[in-house]
Design a protein around this ligand. Structure first.
Ligand SMILES: [Zn+2]
Length: 140
């Protein structure tokens, strides 16, 4: 371990850096290969363990059935998890971007409106409180 101590002068620095970097790259490549193999054997192990357990479970379910109990081995759908994520992040809460009416220049609730809502007005003007109330809208 003492033989290859990196004590290179400045001129040889690039070479000294490039050399180890290349071997590190090779090491990383080998590690990646090893990881791929490990992943594969991990998958194999999981699959065989799963099928073994499923077989056992099905045997138990069959046994229960002989005793008059109806059970089933079910793998729950993974959809609920996604829903939860979306709900928590709140990204999907607003269905469409709120567009402010260019005439009123304010948003309304429960829904926004646009200039088409003003087509009955002779003089285009922002909705007043009475008009908003008539339309079931509130200014926000
Ligand atoms: Zn408006």
């Amino acid at each position: 371990m003492v033989a290859k101590k990196p004590s290179a002068p400045a001129a040889k620095l690039t070479k000294a850096v490039f050399g180890p970097a290349a071997t590190v790259f090779e090491k990383l490549q080998k590690l990646d290969e090893a990881r791929a193999k490990l992943d594969e054997s991990r998958q194999d192990l999981l699959e065989s363990a799963k099928s073994e357990l499923l077989a056992r479970g099905q045997a138990v379910v069959a046994e229960l059935k002989t005793l008059g109990f109806t059970y089933a081995l079910i793998e729950p759908a993974k959809k609920s998890h996604h829903k939860q994520e979306k709900g928590e992040s709140g990204i999907r809460e607003r269905a469409k971007p709120q567009v402010m009416c260019p005439i009123c220049k304010f948003h309304t609730a429960p829904q926004d409106h646009d200039r088409r809502s003003h087509r009955n007005q002779v003089l285009k003007a922002p909705f007043d409180a009475a008009e908003l109330a008539r339309r079931g809208l509130t200014r926000i």
